[in-house]
Design a protein around this ligand. Structure first.
Ligand SMILES: [Fe+2]
Length: 374
């Protein structure tokens, strides 16, 4: 028995300014954007039309903290928007998702939302939320969860609830054209991790499998096109990969690679896509024997290339261009005991096809201590 569902309406366009007014209901708007200068770079049609004079919130940093999300809620509440347009990477989209939930459930304090999401009232779903990703990786526009970081307590909070799904995901490849290469690498590898973790996931299903295969193939064929200048075709293909990987893991959730990544990001600020992709190769070796039909399908899709070799090829490409090992971000062998303890996030690690014990996780961490060898 299996099921697959995703309530987010997906739109793909080369002309965001023409599309958005057809999607957004009338009423008061609020824009969440990744930078205050965003509107200046935005299409003039949008600037003078839909977005003319609407409040903009752009104080969202990477891996948003509880305090930052609280400030975003405080900004949005008095405005009582009818719709929220979120244009940005995973942090912007995650923040907008949680703000929309806070407004819908009339819950002004982020701490109260973390305790228990209040039941739906007459307010319904709250403002319409349109998510427009500007990176090709996080898939946040397609998922019903959002991540908030408590840096003081060294904790990551994950809220998961159907009320968190955006209403609409609108993809416009041109928005990714200016993405700096390090962010392009990290977000593409995040999408790769979403796809691989969907394949070796206990919540696997035939729909998520197909989506994951398509994403891995696109990333294998296009990641090495991330060299200046990046072609429009590569950007569009990587955005499609991110979409497919998003549809895959939105149903399966992530697994061991993400679980292992969280302390790496908390302790050393390792970019999410780098942290969650480093363990993919050892995890493939652990999981592949348990999914032989999928492993063979993937090998054929990759033109006969051994999947481990393909993963190593992609990781080396990135490792030649940016830090890509635990040691490169400041971790050493003395940190491994604590990292092993912190790697077991409930609801993530237990999705892995093969149950891992602390010795397995230690071996994975040892394998990614130093950069992949060429
Ligand atoms: Fe991720």
């Amino acid at each position: 028995m299996w099921r697959y569902a995703n309530p987010v309406a997906i739109h793909w366009t080369d002309d965001l300014a023409a599309l958005l007014p057809t999607l957004i209901s009338p009423g008061k708007g609020l824009l969440f954007a990744y930078s205050s200068g965003f509107l200046e770079t935005m299409d003039a049609g949008l600037r003078r039309g839909l977005l003319a004079g609407i409040p903009v919130y752009s104080e969202i940093e990477t891996n948003p903290t509880l305090a930052q999300v609280q400030r975003a809620i405080d900004f949005a509440r008095p405005l009582a928007p009818d719709w929220i347009l979120a244009i940005g990477g995973g942090s912007v989209l995650d923040t907008a998702k949680i703000v929309r939930l806070a407004l819908a459930r009339d819950c002004p304090r982020i701490d109260d939302l973390l305790d228990a999401i209040p039941p739906r009232t007459a307010g319904g779903r709250g403002p319409q939320l349109v998510a427009v990703p500007t990176t090709h990786g996080t898939g946040a526009e397609l998922t019903m969860w959002t991540t908030v970081w408590d840096k003081e307590k060294g904790r990551k909070h994950s809220l998961s609830h159907p009320g968190i799904y955006p209403d609409i995901a609108a993809y416009c490849p041109q928005l990714t054209h200016g993405l700096p290469l390090p962010i392009s690498f990290a977000t593409t590898l995040d999408a790769l991790a979403h796809a691989m973790e969907a394949l070796w996931n206990r919540n696997e299903n035939p729909v998520s499998d197909e989506m994951a295969f398509a994403a891995v193939k696109l990333i294998s064929d296009n990641l090495e096109g991330l060299a200046n200048p990046v072609s429009a075709e590569v950007r569009a293909n990587l955005l499609r990969a991110s979409l497919f990987a998003g549809l895959a893991f939105a149903n399966t959730k992530t697994a061991a690679a993400h679980s292992i990544s969280y302390p790496l990001t908390l302790r050393w600020g390792i970019p999410h896509g780098i942290a969650c992709s480093m363990p993919l190769l050892p995890l493939w070796r652990i999981n592949a024997p348990h999914i032989p039909a999928k492993a063979e399908r993937l090998r054929l899709l990759l033109g006969g290339e051994d999947v481990a070799a393909a993963l190593a090829r992609l990781q080396r490409f990135v490792a030649d261009r940016m830090p890509y090992s635990l040691r490169a971000y400041g971790a050493g062998p003395a940190d491994l005991d604590a990292l092993v303890r912190e790697s077991f996030t409930k609801g993530r690690m237990d999705n892995n096809r093969v149950a891992l014990d602390p010795a397995d996780v230690r071996a994975i961490l040892e394998a990614i201590l130093d950069p992949p060898r060429g």
